[in-house]
Design a protein around this ligand. Sequence first.
Ligand SMILES: [Zn+2]
Length: 275
Amino acid sequence: MKYVIIRDDDTNALMPAEYLERLYRPFIERNMPVNLAVIPNVSTSACHAPGKPEKFLLAYRGPQNGSVPIGQNTDLLRYLRCFPQFHFVQHGCRHEFVGNHYEFDHDDRDEIAKRLDEGIAAFQQAGLGIPRTFVAPYDQLSRVSMEEVAKRFDVVSTGWFELGRIPSAWWPQYALKKIRHASHWRAGRTTLLSHPGCHLSYHRSYSLMLQEIERSIESRRLTVLVTHWWEYFRDGHADEPFIDVLHRTADYLASRDDLKVISFDDVADKKISLN
Ligand SMILES: [Zn+2]
C-alpha cells in the first residue's frame, strides 16, 4: 500500500473559507483527509520580502499592525468544523521575520519557545486542539528550533534535513536514514517527514504536474504533497487550469486501490510504516 498526505500551507484568520471550499470539495466528497498548515496568530504585515506582502493576505484590507489569532475568524472555523476531513497542523506562529531571519531559522531559544507556545495556545483557544505536527514557514528550521519543536510535537514536516540543523543526539538515526536513502525517519519520539518539493505550484508546468506527482508517489511509500491555497487565486481571480490540475489529482488518488490518502495524525499515531 502507498500513502499520500495532502498539506496545504498558510490557512489564517484573515482569509475567507470560500477558497478552501473551492479547492477541496472533491477531496471532501471522497472522504480524503486534507491537512491545513494553519498560521496560529498571523501577522497583518507579513511580507515575503521587504515591502512585498505575503499572498496569503490577499483578501485582507485592514490595518497592518499586530497579529490576529485563528480563533477570531469564527466563520472560517464554523466552515472547517463541518468537515472532519480537514486536519490542522501548526504552521509557524505569526509567519513573519524575526530580525533578518525566517521565523524559526535563528538560534534565539527563548523567542522560538515563546512563539511555539503562543501558536499552541491560539490553536487551543480556537478549539482546534493541541497540534501534533509542525511545519515551519518556508520549511526553515534551525537546530535550536528543531530541539524546541521536538519537545512539543510528534511530527515535523519539512523539505529536507541537514546535519547542522538537527540535534546531535539524532545523528546516528540520521546517518542510518542517509545510508538507506529513506525519505522519512524517526529520532527519539519525533517522526521526521520530508517532501519532494511543491509539485502543485504555479511555478511548475501545468501539463506535467500530474505526471510528476505520479512519479513521486511511485518512488516512495509515503509522499507528502505540498501546496498553497493562495497560489490558485494569486492575481485576484481563480486560476481555473491550475484548480483543474488539483481536482484531477483528487481523481487520480481516488482511482488507485493500492493508495490511501492519510493525515499527519495517522503518522503521529504510528498507523503506517514510513518507508
Ligand atoms: Zn507558509
